[in-house]
Ligand binder design. Structure first.
Ligand code: NI
Length: 166
C-alpha cells in the first residue's frame, strides 16, 4: 500500500527499468517459448504485463492513452518492448498530473472488490514481479541471457571472477 505517489514512482522507475532490460534481451523466436503446449507463451506473458498497466489503472478512473486488452499482440519483441515503455511512461504522466497523495486513500471497484488506490499501485508492482519471474525462466529455456535484477545472474558472478552459487 502506497501513501505517497513519490514513493511509488521511485519503486516503479527501478522495476520498469528492469522489465525493459529483460524485454530488450528477447528475440522474436523466443516469443513462442512455453513450459508446455497449454501454457501461455513467453510473448503472451510479456504482452499481458504490458497491457495490464493500462487495464489495471483504468479501473481506478485514471485515464491515459496506451495499449490495452483489445490491442493485438505484436509479433516482434522490439514492438512489445516499445509498447511496454510507452505504457509505463503514460502511466507515470497520468499519475503525476491526475492524482495527489489524497487519491491513494480513495477506493475503486476492482474485480468485484473495493481496493484503495494505493493498494492497486502495490498490486501493479507485485504483478510485474510475478510475471517477470515466469519470463526469466522461459527466457533461460530459450537460451537467452538475462539482466541482473535484484542480484547478479550466473554469468555476472563468473564475470566478476567468482564461483556462481549452487
Ligand atoms: Ni497476470
Amino acid at each position: 500500500m502506497f501513501l505517497r505517489i513519490e514513493d511509488f514512482l521511485q519503486e516503479w522507475k527501478f522495476e520498469t527499468q528492469k522489465t525493459a532490460q529483460l524485454f530488450e534481451n528477447l528475440t522474436d523466436e523466443s516469443l513462442t517459448q512455453q513450459v508446455t503446449d497449454d501454457h501461455r507463451t513467453l510473448g503472451r506473458i510479456a504482452w499481458h504485463m504490458t497491457v495490464t498497466l493500462h487495464e489495471l489503472l483504468s479501473h481506478t478512473g485514471l485515464t491515459f492513452d496506451g495499449y490495452g486488452d483489445t490491442d493485438e499482440m505484436p509479433t516482434s519483441a522490439v514492438d512489445i518492448r516499445d509498447a511496454y515503455l510507452q505504457n509505463a511512461k503514460s502511466l507515470v504522466e497520468a499519475l503525476s498530473s491526475q492524482w495527489t497523495d489524497a487519491d491513494l486513500t480513495k477506493s475503486s471497484s476492482m474485480y468485484g472488490e473495493e481496493w484503495l488506490n494505493g493498494l492497486t499501485l502495490r498490486v501493479l508492482i507485485s504483478h510485474e514481479i510475478h510475471h517477470r519471474g515466469q519470463l526469466t525462466v522461459l527466457a533461460r529455456q530459450a537460451g537467452l541471457l538475462l539482466p541482473d535484477i535484484y542480484g547478479p545472474t550466473r554469468e555476472s558472478w563468473i564475470q566478476m571472477g567468482q564461483e556462481p552459487l549452487q
